[in-house]
Write a protein that binds this ligand. Structure first.
Ligand code: BES
Ligand code: MN
Ligand code: ZN
Length: 500
């Protein structure tokens, strides 16, 4: 991750200089200084390039002044129209233009501080790379920029404002690393071990083995794991930051003596479908089927990393869904930790089985104020919403509204879908308390209805992230691949509604 430093505005002696310009806006002092140092060549070059500061527009002027390798001008669109959220996309657009440099300065003098900080965050988020398994890449093809100096009017204040975002970016990168790892490396046992990295941030990490889960009656989660040669795990990560000092610059409010909130993630490290096996084409994508769990782990890293004043428990159910002679069969009846029984009609509807037991555990052990689960649960949510919104389901209108708002504020959008008894009827079973699939109609909703049967009427929300957990093309603040959808959204939700 490139290091962000905030410096006083002065012309750099070397490297690239990035300037931001609104349509019809005035250039920053640094921009003007460089133009003067170039004897007016910068202004003439930008004019000749037709650079007007339109949104999404950029122009490069090579070697504009002694020592300076290039000037990159980025358009912000209409003057004053840039929101902090839009600022991240601007920051993201900067990265590919400067990543090959060894030094770069971003002229954010004259830009409002919340905007400058979010531009820097956008650049950092866009810089993510997962190159652990590339052994033949030439050094010249790798990005070189290790540090970005951001020139602002008040460097100390900007540094403090950026600090929590840096922790969030680290959480996002942790999630992306986990989700990107191949399934032979990142199996349930390995993923559980990686959660231990949170201990150095002050998170209490507890790993439960199949023996312990059997005692707890986790028949649904363990049923999914039956076909795999690798053991299942549940990881519980507890961050209680109620004693933490409030963030700098924030008014000290009394810490709420609160019950915890719980985040629960589906962690299927590979989903073959089990005996109800998936078709071969595209099956490799099912390594991402632990993205809900990956998000919970990165979220805990973000919250602990910025010392959030909140009591939060993250729980992930980790299994591999494989077909084998020991795999569960369609027609099996399993008993969940809640005592409710499930007829497993389709072994490929495994995520809800995992979540059922972990959610029950979260409720009985932690009595949460509210809980949110994240899961790459259904292909049907991609049919409904594509890759632009995650599916949101909730039994609590206030919580749902807060989640939608946090999504808009961070650009991680979600769209609420309904729940009702009519859908719930679809999962009645002839032999057990319920079956694990309905019909094809409303597949994402019946999946959510299944989960709702385990929340005991408590405030709960479910995010179906099957369409948003990874991207097949570059996004403004994420290269293609794992997006870490949900880390920013839920961090923001905690910050806005749950911190003292
Ligand atoms: N992990 C899949 C859902 C999924 C599909 C995620 C495509 C990302 C992309 C889930 O376990 C699954 O297989 N769901 C089934 C449910 C069906 C059997 C009721 C599905 O969506 O087809
Ligand atoms: Mn499946
Ligand atoms: Zn799955």
């Amino acid at each position: 991750m490139p290091e962000i430093t905030f410096v006083k505005s002065a012309l750099p002696k070397a490297g690239a200089l990035v300037v931001l310009l609104a349509e019809g806006g005035n250039p920053s002092a640094l921009h003007t200084a460089l133009d003067e140092a170039s004897g007016g060549a910068v202004g003439r070059a930008l004019e000749a390039a037709g650079f007007k500061g339109r949104k999404g527009q950029s122009a490069t002027v090579w070697a504009p002044a002694p020592g300076i390798s290039k000037l990159v001008a980025i358009g912000l669109g209409a003057e004053g129209a840039l929101t902090p959220d839009g600022a991240e996309a601007v920051g993201g657009a900067i990265w590919p233009l400067i990543s090959a440099e060894t030094e770069a300065t971003l002229a954010a003098d004259g830009v409002e501080m919340p905007v400058a900080v979010r531009v820097a965050l956008g650049t950092v988020l866009r810089s993510y790379r997962f190159d652990l398994y590339r052994t033949m890449e030439k050094p010249e093809d790798k990005p070189k920029l290790a540090r970005l100096a951001v020139a602002v009017d008040q460097p100390m204040a900007a540094k403090n404002a950026y600090a929590p975002f840096k922790a969030v970016a680290e959480g996002v990168f942790m999630t992306r690393d986990l989700v990107s790892e191949p399934p032979n490396i990142l199996h349930p046992v390995e993923m559980a071990e990686r959660c231990r990295a949170l201990e150095k941030l002050g998170v209490v990490v507890e790993i439960l083995t199949p023996k312990e889960m059997k005692k707890l009656g986790f028949g649904a989660l363990l049923g999914v794991a039956m076909g795999s040669a690798i053991e299942a795990r549940m990881v519980v990560m507890h961050w209680n930051g109620l004693g933490s000092a409030p963030a700098k610059g924030r008014a000290k409010k009394p810490a709420p003596a609160e019950k915890p909130i719980c985040f629960i993630g589906k962690g299927v490290t590979f989903d073959t479908g089990g005996i109800s096996i998936k078709p071969a084409g595209g099956m490799e994508d099912m390594k991402w089927d632990m993205a809900g769990a990956g998000c919970v782990v990165g979220l805990m890293a973000a919250l602990a990393g910025r010392k959030a004043r909140a009591n939060v428990v993250g729980l992930v159910g980790l299994v591999e869904n494989m077909p084998s002679g020991t795999a569960q069969r369609p027609g099996d009846v399993v008993k969940t930790a809640s005592g409710q029984t499930v007829e497993v009609i389709n072994t490929d509807a495994e995520g809800r089985l995992v979540l059922a037991d972990v959610i029950h555990y979260a409720i009985t052990k932690y009595d949460p104020k509210w809980m949110i689960d994240l899961a790459t649960l259904t292909g049907a949510i991609i049919v409904a919403l594509g890759h632009e919104h995650a599916g949101l389901f909730s039994n609590d209108d206030v919580l749902a509204g807060q989640i939608e708002a946090a999504g808009k504020a961070t650009g991680e959008l979600c769209w609420r879908l309904p729940l009702s008894d009519a859908y719930d009827k679809q999962i009645k079973s002839d032999i057990a308390d319920m079956k694990n699939v309905g019909t094809r109609a409303g597949g994402s909703i019946t999946a959510a209805q299944f989960i709702q049967r385990f929340v005991q009427g408590r405030p709960w929300a479910h995010l179906d992230i099957a369409g948003t957990a990874w991207a097949t093309k570059d996004l403004p603040t994420a290269p293609k691949g794992a997006t870490a959808y949900g880390v920013r959204l839920l961090d923001r939700l905690v910050a806005d509604h749950f911190e003292g």
